[in-house]
Design a protein around this ligand. Structure first.
Ligand SMILES: O=C([O-])CC(=O)C(=O)O
Ligand SMILES: [Mg+2]
Length: 208
């Protein structure tokens, strides 16, 4: 499947998007090193400490979507290996959850990308059905159904659906510009020279 963010990193998308992209609170991290996800959000509003909404969401979300779940940052293991296998079975690309998960090592082994506020073993109730396809607030960012959600080693970035095409083109341009900068830096140009930055108080410059 092609990468919905054209392979761009969260940092590139955020920097290139001229403020359309939103950065989640950095407390929301990859649950295992190397996790990356990019795809349209399937939003889930649940209640912290209960994961029935997640079991239902795995059965309901469209193929190629990313589950984006508000569980109010609750410190429970709302999601683990069983749900990850079930999600892969349904073609769901990954999970972004403002709450806790467990089975981090097993999900790394499965290559199922998970971004969460906590990793914790504590189990949950299974009573509250939750709501789907509604705007949710996840780690300080309001996510609407269909927004582009991207997670990688630097965190999670959300690009509103209407800004995705422009942001991806801007990101292509930024990567090209950074490639030119890296070429110059590798040939010995300093970053101060390349970006035309002031070299400071004169302490390191020639004395007159
Ligand atoms: O308790 C649950 O439903 C979550 C869980 O452990 C798993 O998905 O492995
Ligand atoms: Mg389990």
């Amino acid at each position: 499947m092609t990468d919905a963010a054209r392979g761009h990193s969260t940092a590139t998308l955020y920097e290139a998007s001229s403020s359309a992209a939103r950065a989640c609170d950095p407390a929301l991290r990859a649950a295992w090193p190397g996790a990356r996800v990019a795809g349209p959000a399937f939003t889930v509003q649940g209640i912290g400490g209960d994961n029935l909404a997640l079991h239902r969401a795995v059965a309901a979300a469209p193929v190629g979507s990313v589950l984006v779940v508000d569980l109010q940052g609750a410190q429970y293991g709302h999601w683990g290996e069983i749900l990850a296998v079930a999600a892969q079975q349904r073609g769901i690309l990954g999970l972004v959850v403002d709450g806790g998960v467990r089975d981090a090592a097993e999900q790394a082994e499965l290559d199922f990308p998970v971004f969460a506020r906590h990793v914790t073993v504590v189990g949950t109730g299974k009573e509250h059905p939750g709501q789907f396809d509604v705007p949710v607030r996840v780690a300080d960012v309001v996510v609407h159904p269909g927004d582009l959600v991207v997670g990688d080693a630097d965190g999670v970035v959300v690009v509103p659906a209407e800004a995705v095409a422009t942001t991806l083109d801007q990101s292509d341009d930024r990567v090209a510009a950074e490639r030119r900068a890296l070429e110059a830096i590798r040939s010995g140009v300093t970053t101060l020279e390349y970006y035309n930055l002031p070299s400071g108080s004169g302490m390191s410059g020639p004395r007159t």
